[in-house]
Design a protein. Structure first.
Length: 295
């Protein structure tokens, strides 16, 4: 490869959809690109082949030169679909997707600058943890819906970092005690940090959930139960029924335990609704007099 790129090569690096020269593509990449595939898989194979070519070119160029910058920009452009894929995992966080993609692109650039193609690792495999990590740090450090004290916020950042490190070391999620020991703080402080972390994200009640046709959170929450309106009365009645005549006891049971309306009670007892209403009023008057509380 020559030290300088001609105009045709520069155009190649800018367009992710242009097939790379076959003499610069490895046999595996060439085979993948020529094997019949679905459009999505074919685009992925083309991107991987192009990425391999661009990294080969980038390795031969002097950092800071215009040619190096153009090839680097082409690598970023070609791999933006990877960033959008990673960002889509966070669409329930109520942040504009454009902002999340921009943050993920920072991770992509860091991955490009650190990637060594000679190690035999596919670039998407290498880059994805860096992209996702950058997005997670953005949400961890910048997105809050409820004010958290500065010290608790700083400690929360440390707890999250220690959790990631210990998870990598142990191959499992660390316990509260292990995190506390790592940071030399109490378990209570670790739990306080975890609780504070929950204030960083509040989901809109009307926000749609992942997946087509999925109801919003509001649609999945419980609704107001009218029966709860009588809980206070039922507690009062339960303790004081024995102080009332038998007929009034029955009316109160039907009203506040069977949840019948006055009309239904009147039909049940064979009396007028007005009479039921008077009996209810008299019953609560007796209860108020006996206990000095309002019904």
């Amino acid at each position: 490869m020559t030290d300088e790129l001609n105009e045709k090569e520069v155009a190649l690096t800018v367009s992710a959809s242009t097939a790379p020269p076959q003499d610069e593509v490895s046999p595996d990449a060439l085979q993948a690109a020529t094997t019949p595939q679905s459009p999505a898989r074919r685009r992925g194979a083309d991107t991987r082949a192009l990425t391999q070519v661009l990294f080969g070119q980038l390795k031969e160029l002097e950092p800071g030169t215009p040619e190096h910058s153009r090839v680097r920009a082409a690598l970023i452009e070609a791999n933006l679909p990877l960033v959008r894929y990673a960002a889509a995992r966070f669409r329930s966080r109520n942040e504009p997707m454009e902002d999340v993609v921009q943050v993920g692109t920072i991770g992509l650039i860091n991955a490009i600058d650190r990637f060594d193609p000679d190690r035999g690792v596919q670039f998407p495999t290498f880059a994805m943890p860096t992209v996702v990590g950058e997005i997670k740090r953005y949400f961890r450090d910048n997105v809050r819906t409820v004010h958290v004290p500065r010290r608790l916020h700083e400690l929360w950042v440390q707890v999250n970092s220690a959790t990631e490190d210990l998870t990598t070391a142990f191959g499992r999620t660390p316990s509260t005690a292990e995190i506390a020991e790592r940071l030399r703080i109490s378990e209570e402080e670790v739990l306080s940090c975890i609780e504070a972390g929950r204030s960083y994200h509040a989901t809109s009640l009307e926000a749609a959930q992942e997946g087509d046709g999925m109801p919003g959170l509001l649609d999945r929450l419980g609704y107001e139960d009218p029966a709860l309106d009588g809980v206070e009365h039922r507690d009062l009645v339960r303790h004081l029924l024995v102080q009332l005549p038998e007929r009034e006891q029955r009316i109160l049971l039907l009203r506040y335990f069977s949840n019948l309306t006055q009309s239904q009670i009147s039909a049940e007892l064979g009396v007028s609704q007005m009479h039921v209403s008077r009996l209810l009023a008299r019953s609560f008057q007796r209860l108020r007099s006996a206990n000095r509380i309002d019904a």
